[in-house]
Design a protein around this ligand. Structure first.
Ligand SMILES: N[C@@H](CCC(=O)N[C@@H](CS)C(=O)NCC(=O)O)C(=O)O
Length: 237
């Protein structure tokens, strides 16, 4: 039997969760090495030139970037699709995934989560107040205005099943929540309804539960929590 693939990065990262979603939807056995990119040794650059997670390792084969990893898994495994087949919808799906990774990521992960959670609690320094204000008051409300106009009132972006674009965008909202930013359901009812449907869908629901647990787990205990989660997945398969 071949060795399971390894994902480097913590499931608290929305980008790492994307890779885990793809692996779980495709039924690929995997391990997690929950390294925090800011605390990795200098040699980390050899497998992650931008010093980012997730990193996908399959023996000597290395992939970087969550979208690259997800598309590779889609191309190499049959079963439940992560992207729509029809070229126009597939192009739209790529756009939403890019919007999540780049724009939502810059504002949620870097603008809020990094400034309000990682800097004070992991790096023991103050976050950038102006960056937080801008994300909370300007860029994220504008992003939610955009999403309110393009997300479906029922179901998911491409039908009655969530695909990678739904997962990539909605999972950013979990890190926004960790940083104290909640989607106001009175102002953005369509986003809030779609977000709730995505959060209840597997494998996102169980990955969010894992991430929630890790948020309150000491760093030394994280590997054990993740290994227990993966062992349970293995026995459920
Ligand atoms: N476009 C990349 C973004 C990955 C990313 O920014 N990951 C964050 C963790 S949430 C990271 O590693 N940050 C470290 C850094 O930028 O120095 C992807 O989709 O994988």
């Amino acid at each position: 039997m071949s060795e399971p693939v390894t994902i480097i990065g913590s499931p608290v990262s929305p980008y790492v969760r994307k890779a885990m979603i793809a692996l779980e939807v495709k039924g690929v056995p995997y391990r997690i090495d929950p390294q925090i990119p800011f605390l990795t040794p200098p040699e980390f650059t050899q497998i992650s030139p931008l010093r980012r997670v997730p990193v996908y390792l399959d023996g000597p084969f290395v992939l970087n970037d969550s979208s690259v990893i997800c598309e590779y898994l889609e191309e190499t495994h049959g079963g439940t699709p992560l992207y729509p087949a029809e070229p126009r919808w597939r192009a739209k799906a790529r756009w939403f995934e890019e919007y999540a990774d780049d724009h939502l990521g810059r504002n949620v992960v870097f603008g809020l989560f990094f400034q309000k959670v990682i800097r004070p609690f992991v790096l023991k320094e103050e976050g950038d107040k102006e960056m937080i204000r801008k994300a909370e008051e300007e860029t994220l409300p504008a992003a939610l205005d955009y999403l309110e106009g393009v997300l479906p009132e029922v179901g998911f972006l491409f039908g009655d099943r969530p695909m990678m674009a739904d997962f990539a965008m909605s999972t950013m909202l979990l890190n926004a929540r960790y940083a104290g930013f909640e989607v106001d359901a009175a102002r953005w009812p369509t986003v809030a309804g779609w977000r709730d449907r995505c959060f209840k869908a597997e494998p996102l629901a169980r990955l969010h539960a894992l991430s929630d647990t890790l948020m309150t787990t000491r760093r030394n205990d994280m590997q054990g929590v993740i290994d227990a989660y993966l062992a349970e997945r293995q026995s459920a398969a």
